[in-house]
Design a binder for this molecule. Structure first.
Ligand SMILES: *Cc1c(COP(=O)(O)O)cnc(C)c1O
Length: 383
């Protein structure tokens, strides 16, 4: 069959024949499933093994939309990241990781990975000429994120793939911020794509979930480790993720448009010093995102000339966005990273990575762009 649009695959890919005529796959709330004569251990279906009918439809759908051979869902995004690294690396191995990572991932690498006997070095995502010097004979893998939080820097993703190929490394990417609607890293040559499905994939801020997508061989390694560690996505959460995925393309395309409109409004406003959004022509990696992405996502960040005080007033005055961490849901969320995701660092450490104390992060939802823009405009007038 001709290649279908992702919007069609999100609805139809992986779906099974109706059960008792039900148009929607029911929740199989069963820990264990009967076995047939002649089946062996690998055929056992059991909830911890993430292989109930609710899991299997998700795996098939996610693999199709991301262009992978196989996929597996996990109990959270962090579980997906931790299990992937544990599956692919063993004591004595070394890997390279982008230096500006999601906070939970940063803590996992710094606090837990060393005790597994695995070493790593941070690399600058946009300085590929510096990566080779950090290679060791034991280097196995390179780990990056599609866009950094909260500054929306886009690493040289094409160079990552070329570098990994040349040196026989696995290339792993956390593609949470783009979702497969905006970017499909497996098509570019990445080996494994990880998501916090808590964010865009589910899209309704009501579960935590993760997934890993890639070749049958690499996903098989992850599944084997996952079965030992027991990070299961519960059947009911599977059902919600399945439901959320069907509208992923509609939601993300609206979020792309909303973020672009809001970024342009902010950039033209006298009270705003700086706007970070890859969809703006003056973003340092704008040209790359136009080439590689179908959209720049729903997250942007900005600084006001009034600093922290102005930031707090703006957050207070905005009517639509709720003040909460996370992103990718239907509702807009706003935070000041220095007081939330980056509160564990000192002001000097934050400054060194470009996160000023007055920086505001806005993760837009699917509200009408006009209403979001009107809300920001009225809040800016209160400053
Ligand atoms: C939220 C997030 C995670 C962690 O996912 P959880 O589902 O909260 O465990 C990992 N990476 C990125 C980029 C995220 O935004």
């Amino acid at each position: 069959m001709a290649k279908r649009d992702i919007q069609t695959d999100l609805v139809h890919a992986g779906e099974v024949a109706p059960v008792e005529g039900a148009v929607v796959l029911p929740i199989f709330q069963s820990a264990t499933f009967t076995s047939q004569p002649g089946e062996d251990y690998d055929d056992i279906r059991y909830l911890r093994l993430n292989n109930t009918p609710n899991h299997q439809v998700l795996h098939a759908k996610l693999a199709t939309v991301a262009g992978g051979q196989d996929a597996v869902v996990t109990g959270s995004g962090m579980a997906a990241i931790a299990v992937t690294l544990m599956a692919l690396l063993k004591a004595g191995d070394h890997f390279l990781a982008q230096d500006c990572l999601y906070g939970g991932t940063h803590s996992l690498f710094n606090e837990d990975v060393p005790s597994l006997g695995v070493e790593f070095d941070f690399v600058q995502g946009n300085a590929p000429q510096t990566w080779e010097a950090l290679l060791r004979p034991t280097t196995r893998l390179v780990y990056v994120e599609t866009m950094t939080n909260p500054l929306l820097e886009v690493a040289d993703l094409e160079a990552v793939v070329v570098f990994a190929r040349r040196h026989g490394l696995l290339a792993v990417i956390d593609n949470t911020f783009a979702s497969p609607v905006n970017f499909r890293p497996l098509e570019l040559g990445f080996d494994l794509e990880i998501h916090s499905a808590t964010k865009y994939l589910n899209g309704h801020s009501d579960i935590v979930a993760g997934c890993v997508i890639g070749s049958a061989e690499q996903v098989g390694r992850v599944v084997h480790k996952l079965n030992h560690l027991g990070s299961t996505l519960d059947s009911h959460a599977c059902f919600l993720l399945h439901r959320g995925l069907k509208t992923l393309a509609l939601r993300v395309r609206q979020q792309n448009e909303n973020a672009q409109r809001v970024a342009e409004l902010l950039q033209g406003h006298g009270a705003v010093d700086r706007v970070n959004y890859p969809g703006l022509p003056d973003h340092p990696q704008h040209e790359r995102t136009q080439r590689l992405f179908d959209g720049c996502g729903g997250v942007l960040s900005f600084e006001l000339s009034g600093g922290v005080a102005a930031a707090e007033t703006l957050i207070e005055q905005m009517q639509l966005p709720k003040s909460a961490p996370s992103l990718g849901g239907v509702e807009s969320l706003i935070t000041r990273p220095a007081a939330t995701s980056h509160a564990g660092m000192t002001a000097a450490q934050r400054c060194a990575i470009g996160v000023e104390d007055g920086l505001i992060r806005l993760a837009v939802g699917i509200e009408a762009a006009e209403d979001l823009c009107a809300d920001i405009t009225q809040a800016l007038e209160q400053l």
